[in-house]
Design a protein around this ligand. Sequence first.
Ligand code: S3P
Length: 440
Amino acid sequence: MSSGRVDWQAGAGSPLRGELVVPGDKSVSHRAVMLAAIADGTSEIEGFLEGEDTRATAAIFQSLGVRIDAPDPSRRRVHGVGLHGLRGAPGPLDCGNAGTGMRLLAGLLAGQAFESVLVGDASLSRRPMGRVITPLRQMGTRIDAAEGGLPPLTIHANNVLQAIDYELPVASAQVKSAVLLAGLYARGETRVREPHPTRDYTERMLAAFGWPVRFRPGEAVVPGGHALRATAVSVPADFSSAAFFLVAASLVPGSDLLLRRVGMNPRRTGLLQALRLMGADITELDPGEQGGEPVADLRVRHARLRGIEVPEVLVPDMIDEFPALFVAAALAEGRTVVRGAAELRVKESDRIAVTAAALQALGARIVEAPDGAVIDGGALAGGVADSHGDHRVAMSLAIAAQRAAGPVEILDCANVATSFPGFVPLARSVGFGLSSPQAE
Ligand code: S3P
């Protein structure tokens, strides 16, 4: 999706101080556009993430005949066309780098009267889609993929969908959401059960748009054949974007940083618990609610971190935060053990292999396991570290560089714009030593 190669230069900056607001939540922004597009009436979204992933989703709905205005940055006015109002696009629908976009759209488009082809960038084209194809076929979707269940996906027209009772083989909010969105168009009640509860934004947002969904941790039920009513959505700041600053300020001596109005959905905040077990000093201030989601200000001060065995029960609640956790572990005292996190191998990159290799290039001691890693904390040196185009690895390496003994060149960072536009200037504004020469 991103054009042009971007490498960063990073190195020790100053103590991280001040306050900042990170951009809107990616998961919530995707879902807000999707449900608003198939609702009756005009929905207003504020705090929308202006990232490439979520913009790709909005552009797809525009090509499916939905008028979407952007009156201001981070705002969208979506003129919903109703559950059956989408029309087929002339060409393939490009999800860019976004697994969430492709998997949720596969479910939403399964029940349409037209054919759709979903494509993605090189990274997304390597990610497994069998996990959504299997339940969608059980519901009656005719859907084709490339060899090995990889994108592109062709979803044929006029599927007659039947509700299913589906037990997820892996804890995945994306798969759960794909099945629930197909369930809107199915005959009967669609039920999804999860081995471990995952983020429940689809369920919460269906309820906000007036659909009679029932859910509790680990289970969700949607009856088919109702309507969505337009509503106003206020997107909280993305915990996963805040996470980089929580780790960075914990690691850099003298830091004292305030992150404002961060989304605190308990299915997202596993890293907070893991960091506290490591000895981090993070306080939640002024808790409240924004758009039906818990939010709080987070004050983080430098602390000496110790290695831990990351409790496996936290893994789904911090699944996007492992690149940052690996950095914390590489600079902590003692050993950190991560297990039960094999899903990391099929994210935007193989995040176990890519993060381990990049940190090893800076002198970290990390031994990979099939489902995690053992990390012995110590010091980091300067060097060249390759993010392999994975946005979260790139930002995590920028944190590592703040404590490295010499300058660090971080390769292949353009995809940071998928989830965190403006990361470099924001990070610099609170004290990071970081520059993106191609952008200057
Ligand atoms: C997401 C779910 C998670 C997460 C991804 C966003 C979502 O993936 O890693 O960044 O918005 O539903 P899985 O559901 O595949 O674990």
